[in-house]
Design a protein around this ligand. Structure first.
Ligand code: NAD
Ligand code: 0WE
Length: 260
């Protein structure tokens, strides 16, 4: 008896087995869900296909969320293979690497628009294109980070994009609620994924998080995956438009004094 028995879901944002989206896929698969995955580019296709096979994913399609054509093609395939879906997971973010360091005020117009398009607007584009593929009882989930709420050194334009993403969650929840579709976000603490790799100061921030978080540890993709599976299950049927922190409690700390 799994939490997600009989449910079908599509997960966007698996790059490799360190991806948060992969943690979500594993937990959803364990709970009985039937899954489909997307990837961007041939390099990632080679990573994603074996992972898809290991959980019996029936659908593996390309989808660059910067392209309306690819989003439309994905939805057409979902319609063919599944008819309808119960879960749509968006675990995608992108900004120019050189704008994830130094002063936020150096953000360029094109860099700002790129981060907003790929990291925030894409959720709205996907939900719009999904249309009636999302039936009553279905759940949409995205991933965010606390840099949307408070200034985090170097997160910069991504923080602004995540603020827009979180607001989108509330407006989409308002639009889809009458149809019985829920929309939520998980705000994860720092995790060492491909997207965190090579970010200026990430290592020391990651270590600091484990020192000051109430649980005195970092969160894992398993922590996030388990919460995601539950949030998309009927057990969470009264929750929509919510930003749920999975961060070992880090965000509730105002001042931390080192233990010596
Ligand atoms: P990841 O690198 O494993 O995943 C990011 C994914 O975004 C990749 O699969 C990449 O292919 C995809 N992507 C980028 N541009 C795309 C595009 N144009 N079209 C489609 N897909 C595109 O890293 P992750 O840390 O697992 O990131 C997943 C989500 O979790 C992101 O939204 C990120 O902001 C969020 N998040 C990460 C952390 C962290 O510390 N790692 C913390 C909180 C939230
Ligand atoms: O959302 C993110 C990272 C998103 C991200 C990562 C990259 C790296 C590679 C977006 N675009 C790119 N572009 C690239 O070229 N996180 C929540 C992880 C993260 O990134 C940080 C963090 C944390 C946490 C950047 C600065 C400070 C903290």
């Amino acid at each position: 008896m799994g939490l997600l028995d009989g449910k079908k879901g599509v997960i966007l944002g698996i790059a490799n087995d360190h991806s948060i989206a992969w943690g979500i896929a594993q937990a959803m698969h364990r709970e009985g869900a039937e899954l489909g995955f997307t990837y961007v580019g041939e390099a990632l296709e080679r990573r994603v296909r074996p992972l898809a096979q290991s959980v019996g994913a029936a659908l593996v399609e390309p989808c660059d969320v910067g392209s309306d054509e690819q989003i439309e093609a994905l939805m057409a395939r979902i319609r063919e293979v599944y008819g309808r879906i119960d879960m749509l997971v968006h675990a995608i973010a992108f900004a120019n690497r050189d704008e994830l360091k130094g002063a936020y005020l150096n953000t360029t117009r094109t860099g700002f628009l790129l981060a907003m398009e790929i990291s925030a607007y894409s959720l709205t584009a996907l939900v719009k294109a999904a249309g009636d593929l999302l039936q009553p009882g279905a759940s949409v989930l995205t991933l965010t980070y606390h840099g949307s709420q408070q200034a985090v050194p170097n997160y910069n334009v991504m923080g602004v994009a995540k603020a827009a993403l979180e607001a989108s969650v509330r407006y989409l929840a308002t639009d889809l609620g009458p149809r019985g579709v829920r929309v939520n976000a998980i705000s994860a603490g720092p995790i060492r994924t491909l997207a965190a790799g090579g970010i200026a100061g990430f290592r020391s921030m990651y270590r600091h998080a484990a020192e000051v978080a109430p649980l005195r540890r970092n969160v894992t993709i398993e922590d996030v995956g388990n919460t995601a599976a539950w949030l998309c299950s009927d057990q969470a049927s009264g929750i929509t438009g919510e930003i749920l922190y999975v961060d070992a409690g880090l965000n509730i700390i105002g001042v931390s004094i080192g233990e010596d």
